[in-house]
Design a protein around this ligand. Structure first.
Ligand code: NAD
Length: 285
């Protein structure tokens, strides 16, 4: 992996939730390459173990732990094991997150005929399932809050510790169809600022990345037709992205490293940084 710039994280312990996923596995590998000992926390143990094995084969130190960020006991258990095997956390990446189909409408706009026709294959605003909406809010917002509660107490005793949350474009302006995910990521951005203020006297900086559009498993169905070609939605995203392409997960690393670095970002606190090829800057005209 080509690191964006040299950052010496030797002696540091990084905890990455969602570390088996597309974006956060890239983060975990990059942090290990910069010298950090990395704990990969994910409900997908097999995926976490694969990432840990890749890190180990490249000469790094990694620990894969099956952890549910919505269960405090599971997080506490992970914290103890990390403490014993890697030392207490210096860098926390709250990466686990995502959307759920039951919090998603089928169409961008509601039309009168949709209400009247009551088609089974159409999820309108009125059909959105509260359980699905809760799931998405919990996973993205409550998960980041609980994980921060569990790890920040150890971090407060250390120098240069930092928390990075993962927000989204949806937090600035909601995308059509995904009200739960948009609201949940707006909550993540808001919480990033709240936590940065709250923890400022105990020396933990808190910031967030707001990635634009990356082709991952999570959005596979939204971005591709069955034959693999770009969906209308993918084409629309590209037309609203001045750089006219999707991002590569490694393009998030420069901002991640900058925000983590106590030298480069010592006075950067409570920010949400878009990495989006210009999407959030473009009005469409
Ligand atoms: P991903 O689905 O590949 O990874 C998410 C990981 O979280 C998975 O490995 C999953 O097993 C794990 N996870 C889910 N529920 C969990 C739980 N309860 N406890 C622990 N782990 C759990 O997704 P990704 O695209 O790599 O996204 C990573 C983060 O970036 C998410 O917060 C996502 O919302 C955000 N994001 C992604 C994009 C994008 O374009 N991919 C854009 C903006 C923001």
């Amino acid at each position: 992996m080509q690191l964006p710039f040299a950052l010496d994280l030797s002696g540091k312990t990084a905890v990455v939730t969602g570390g088996a996923g597309v974006l956060c596995s890239t983060f975990a590998e990059a942090l290990a390459e910069a010298g950090a000992k990395v704990a990969i926390l994910d409900i997908n143990l097999e995926g976490s173990e694969k990432v840990a094995a890749k890190i180990a084969s490249a000469g790094g130190t990694a620990l894969a732990l099956k952890t549910d960020i919505l269960e405090r006991d599971s997080l506490e258990k992970a914290r103890e094991e990390i403490k014993q095997k890697l030392g207490t956390c210096d860098i926390l990446i709250n990466g686990a997150g995502g959307n759920h189909p039951s919090g998603t409408t089928t169409k961008d706009y509601l039309e009168l005929e949709d209400i009247k026709s009551k088609q089974d294959d159409l999820t309108t605003f009125f059909d959105l399932d509260p359980a699905g909406i809760k799931f998405v809010f919990n996973l993205n917002f409550l998960g980041a809050l609980l994980t921060s509660q569990v790890f920040a107490a150890d971090m407060a005793e250390k120098d240069d510790s930092t928390i990075i949350n993962i927000s989204s474009m949806n937090a600035f302006t909601p995308l059509t169809r995904i009200p739960a995910y948009s609201g949940a990521k707006a909550a993540v951005s808001n919480f990033t600022k709240w936590l940065a203020v709250h923890l400022s006297k105990v020396n933990i900086r808190v910031n967030a990345l707001a990635p634009g559009f990356f082709e991952t498993e999570q959005n596979e169905a939204l971005l591709h037709n069955d034959d693999g070609s770009y969906s209308e939605r993918a084409k629309k995203i590209l037309s609203q992205t001045p750089m006219e392409r999707f991002g590569d997960p490694e393009e998030l690393l420069g901002t991640l490293f900058w925000l983590i670095s106590p030298q480069a970002a010592s006075f950067v606190n409570g920010t949400v940084i878009p990495i989006d090829g210009g999407f959030s800057a473009y009005s469409g005209v």
